[in-house]
Design a protein around this ligand. Structure first.
Ligand code: SR1
Ligand code: MG
Length: 418
């Protein structure tokens, strides 16, 4: 790994002092800078630095999974893919992502805009807080990235560039393949299953219909190279204020099925919904806002996708093949985006499953302590319906209507129509 070394507070100051533009942005002398280690994700170290003139966020890839340390070594190259992802989507997403100031390919370190007073969306959800702009902003983000990096808008040459770069992000895509698509459906030492949910875990391993659905989704993830994906678009990858939304953490970037990002974000709205009754505040009002988010995100994504794709000039559906305003082209685009949304329903299902019986659990449920079992079982009940009958969920209103229908599911999958 050449001169790579893990930064601590002292070596971070030295590194910042050696990068003129970063030191200038902070102002003053290294001794004037306030450095805080704020890492709370699964993988990396993250520091916030405040100087007399400005501030920064510095993120470094560690040579292991931060939450598992020596038990789980991990390639540090992910920072390079995150930098490449940020640069690739920046022209389309603008202020919906933080600015990348510098990337150090030796230390695998990114220096970015510090987001303040933004908070991580998942933390807000756990506290019962809701940000009204988020759903529409994430819809815009996913529509922009997915149209503009697909064959609908990107020239073949740009797509070839993406396909040269991002499929090499193998270490992180391996994590997704294992943690999302494989481990939850077999016995794995990495799975974290509450004892009361063992019957559910057994059902996931044994139900042929579910396993067929998951196999199709796994193959779609591996082979359906529609657009550049964020690859980990959950509520921990969104920072927000009431007026501003930013997507962070593109280290899982890859080329894949557009519905993966769509389904992932929907899954974490749904998780917040199932976890909500035990949280602080008025659960019914909070749930109603999340239901509104599901509809706004789904419909906003579909609307913006079509709007952008209709104007786009990629090699996939060139306007030269159609008369001006030919409705046939619009119909082909509608079929395309509806296929994306069908995929999204399945990816929503597998994301729910893996956050409940897999390795990477989420604070929405964990914060409930002893009360997490019942809402997890209810979310699994919905997940099973999504995987077994994706065509029953053709619009967001149907998905929203299904939430209360599964909110009384018991702990035993056999008692819930398995
Ligand atoms: C070992 S990494 C576990 C999870 O954290 C990331 O945020 C991804 O969701 C990954 O699956
Ligand atoms: Mg992350």
């Amino acid at each position: 790994m050449s001169d790579y070394h893990v930064l601590d507070e002292a070596t971070l100051r030295q590194w910042l002092a050696s990068r003129v533009s970063l030191a200038d942005r902070l102002g003053g002398e290294p001794g004037d800078w306030r450095v805080r280690d704020v890492a709370d994700g699964n993988l990396n170290s993250v520091f916030l630095i405040d100087g007399p003139a400005g501030s920064l966020c510095v993120k470094q890839s560690l040579p292991y999974v931060r939450v598992a340390k020596d038990d789980w070594p991990l390639d540090v190259e992910r920072a390079a893919f995150e930098a490449a992802y940020i640069r690739r989507v920046a022209p389309y997403v603008g202020k919906l992502a933080p600015a990348l100031y510098e990337f150090d390919p030796v230390l695998r370190t990114l220096a970015m805009e510090k987001l303040a007073p933004h908070v991580i969306l998942r933390g807000a959800f756990v506290a019962g807080r809701h940000f009204p702009r988020v759903a529409a902003d994430i819809a815009e983000y996913v529509a922009q990235t997915s149209v503009n990096t697909s064959d609908l808008a990107a020239p073949f040459e740009a797509r070839a560039g993406d396909l040269t770069i991002f499929p090499r992000n193998v270490a992180l895509q391996r994590i997704t393949i294992d943690l999302v698509f494989i481990d939850p459906y077999k016995v794995s030492a990495r799975n974290r299953i509450l004892p009361a949910l063992e019957p559910w875990a057994a059902r996931l391993r044994e139900d042929d219909e579910i396993k067929r659905a998951v196999a199709a989704l796994r193959l779609a993830y591996l082979t359906k190279a529609q657009s550049l994906l964020h690859g980990d678009l959950h509520s921990g990858s969104v920072m927000a204020t009431p007026d501003d939304t930013r997507v962070i953490d593109g280290e899982f970037a890859g080329v894949g099925p557009t519905g993966f990002d769509v389904g992932n974000f929907l899954a974490h709205l749904v998780i917040a919904w199932f976890a909500a009754p035990f949280g602080p505040g008025d659960a019914a009002a909070f749930r109603a806002r999340l239901e509104g988010d599901v509809v706004a995100f789904w419909r906003g994504f579909r609307h913006r996708f079509l709007e952008l794709a209709l104007k786009a000039e990629g090699d996939g559906l060139p306007t030269s093949h159609f008369a001006a305003n030919d409705p046939h082209r619009a119909r082909l685009l509608e079929a395309y985006v509806d296929d994306v949304l069908r995929d999204a329903v399945g990816f929503l299902g597998v994301e729910l499953v893996r956050r409940i019986v897999g390795f990477a659990q989420v604070q929405d449920f964990l914060s409930l302590g002893d009360a997490q079992t019942a809402p997890k079982a209810r979310a699994l009940s919905l997940a099973r319906a999504l995987l077994k009958e994706p065509d029953a969920f053709r619009d967001p209103e149907t998905l929203v209507a299904a939430l209360p229908a599964h909110d009384h599911a018991g702990l035993d999958p056999r008692a819930t129509g398995a």
